[in-house]
Write a protein that binds this ligand. Sequence first.
Ligand SMILES: [Zn+2]
Ligand SMILES: [Zn+2]
Length: 446
Amino acid sequence: MVLEICAVGGYSEVGKNMTAVRYNNEVIILDMGLFLPKIISYEEEEGSREGLTKDDMIEIGAVPDISVIESWRMHVKAIVTTHCHLDHIGAMPYLASYYDAPIIGTPYTIEVLRRILKDEKIKLKNPLKVMTANSKIKLSENFTLEFINATHSTLQVVMIALHTPEGVVLYCNDYKFDNHPTLGKKPNYDRLKKLGVTGSVKVLIADALYSSKAMKTPSERVAREMLKDVLLGVKNENSAIIVTTFASHIARLQSILDMGTKLGRKVVFLGRSLEKYISAAEALNLISFSKKSEVIGYANRVKRKLKEINKNKKKYLVVCTGNQAEPGSILRKMADSTMPFKFEEGDHVIFSCKTIPAPINMANRAMLEEKLVRKGCRLFKDIHVSGHGAKEDHRDLIELVRPKHIIPSHGSLEQTTPMSELASSMGYVLGQNIHLLRDGQLLELD
Ligand SMILES: [Zn+2]
Ligand SMILES: [Zn+2]
């Protein structure tokens, strides 16, 4: 019997990740993500995405084109995801109902998904099931699912080890090897090593996004130090301090909260998506921000709060949405003066993030920065380390798990080729046991 792997999405672009694994008459879907730049361009041109159907979303390229696995539809046993980022779960509201199968993720991932569904007023008929890291369940006759604890840039991220009669499909999207995480545990190296030593891994599907970077991605502890440097080491007692970062990066938010508290400022988190990811983490007792800070999601309350902050800027540290200068984000509205807040000469704006290198994001960010500079703000940019592993993380992963085959993923050829070159330098052969796939391609492994 052959193991079949279909690269449904995320192999011709950075986004809309989705991979399907078939053995005999059973199929498991790994991730079902959104391609955000397409959504942003659509919303900028047409307004809201509300009311868009599954087929509309496929047509604008915002979700994976599942027609390539149409004949597998009735065989899908489960939809499994590694973490709560939208490029992994964001297409579920539109596509999951098409399959008669449960969605399985870690408690935090599922909690975030529940909130997304509630926000978008979408009801899925798929049961939502939680499974914790470092546990295992039998899914069907041929598949056993195992979650292995990993580190990335949000909470409860796992690598998926899908045990099949042909060996393990090890799916590592997304990950980095962080040996000093500031929240959560180190990666489960012991388990990965065991899979390697026993020669169990048939195929490794891994996050090649930064495989071109000849480095090991620094620990989140480094980002914490960078934040400390710009928040505690720069004269700022008379300035407003505005920080923006990824809303789902709870460890980063925790560091910002800690620094703000050290500065003696009241920390206020503003914006719907921040409220969503923070409240999901609080509901599971993973953090307790509400005790030390204010978390405000609703637009009217955000406005009222900013009015109050504007009167006494020195007392607050504002954390808000808008790291990519997305339309509708708080920072963008503040810069456009459509919020009751006035920037003044010398105010600090800290970007604890990196701009996602899509043309629309880059254009939005450049425009936002220009406006802020014109208002006299001091910008502190790239106060950030990535959640994606680089070349030396990947070398360690490959050495640790010793896969028979490697499929670089999470990007187009530009991202996947460097991982293929790394694997070649380690004795693998392109076309034989390294496979560079594009969206819609099917690979048979026997
Ligand atoms: Zn991610
Ligand atoms: Zn991702």
